[in-house]
Design a protein around this ligand. Sequence first.
Ligand code: CA
Length: 85
Amino acid sequence: MEREIDCYGNGSKCVSIDKQCDGVTDCPNGKDESADECGTPEGIRRRILFVKLITKLFTDTVLNTLLSSLQHVILKFLFASETFC
Ligand SMILES: [Ca+2]
């Protein structure tokens, strides 16, 4: 079961704990991004983990693109007489 936090106020909306302190307001009252929630050591840890995740995803995408390009170049070098798209 997915862990959630209660937004309080504005009904009983809950949001995934992964959305707490991720820089995007998900609770109608902004509780998931409030200083009370995100200024704590746990909130700061969540922000750091979020930034690391985004950085890793970006890095992985760039690396995959680079490796794909290199693979194409290497194949052309090894099989110069062949035609590749
Ligand atoms: Ca959020």
